[in-house]
Write a protein that binds this ligand. Sequence first.
Ligand code: AP5
Ligand code: ZN
Length: 217
Amino acid sequence: ADLVLLGPPGAGKGTQARLLQERFGLVQLSTGDLLREAVAAGTPAGRAAGEVMASGGLVSDEIVIAILRDRLAAPDTARGAIFDGFPRTAVQAEALDALLADAGRGIVAAISLEVDDAAMVERIVGRSTCAGCGEGYHDSFKRPAEPGVCDRCGGTAFKRRADDAAETVGARLTAYHAQTAPLIDHYAGQGLLSRVDAMAPIDEVTAAMAAVVETAL
Ligand code: AP5
Ligand code: ZN
C-alpha cells in the first residue's frame, strides 16, 4: 500500500510520516531528505540541487524522479511507502503512477494537510531536529522534556535546516501554491483524496490520518 502526503512546507508531512510508518509498517520516503543526503554527499545531483533548495524553488523533475526511482528499488520499500514531499508537480505525479504500476502496486490514498500560510512560517522558523536520531522538535510547539536532551535517543546536538530562514520560507510557499497545490485536484479526480485539518495538535492530526489509512487499506 502506498500513501501520498500533500501539504505546504511546515504542514507536518515529515512529523506525521514518521508516526504513521511505525504504526502501519510503511517506509517514509522523503525526497527532501534524499536530496539533502545527495547535497551532503556532493554527488552530481546534489551539486545541481543545492542551490535551488537554498533559494526555496523546486529541484528539476529529472533529478528528483531519478533519486526516487533509485530509492524505490531498495527492498525495504516493497511493502509500501509514505511519499512525503513527492510528487510536487504533474510530471512527478505521472512518473510515480508509472513506477508503482511497474512494480504491481499503486496509491491507495492521498492526504492533503490543510493549514494556513502564516502559521506555516512560524512552524518552520522554530523547527530543529536531533542530530543523532532525526526526531523533530519545535521551539514553541514540541520541546524535549528535559531541555537540550532528545526524548528519543538522549542526544544533545540539534540542527536547523539552511532553507528554514524566514526569507526562504516565502519562496517555498509560493512554489507550493503554483506547482504542487494543483495535485490536490488531480488526486480528487481519481477518488483518492482526503483532506485533514493540520492546524490541530499533532496527535489529533495523526488520529485523523490513521483513520483515512485504515479505511483505504
Ligand atoms: P522538503 O524537505 O520536502 O520540505 P517541505 O515540503 O518544505 O516540508 P518541510 O519538511 O519543511 O515541512 P513538513 O511538512 O515536513 O513539516 P514538519 O513535519 O517538519 O523539501 C525541501 C526542498 O527540497 C524543497 O524546497 C525543494 O527545493 C526540494 N524538494 C523536495 N522534494 C522535491 C520534489 N519532489 N520536487 C522538487 N523539489 C523538491 O513540521 C514543521 C514543524 O512544525 C516541526 O517543528 C513540527 O514539530 C511542527 N509541527 C508539525 N505538526 C504540527 C502541529 N500539528 N501543530 C504544531 N506544530 C506542528
Ligand atoms: Zn535523538
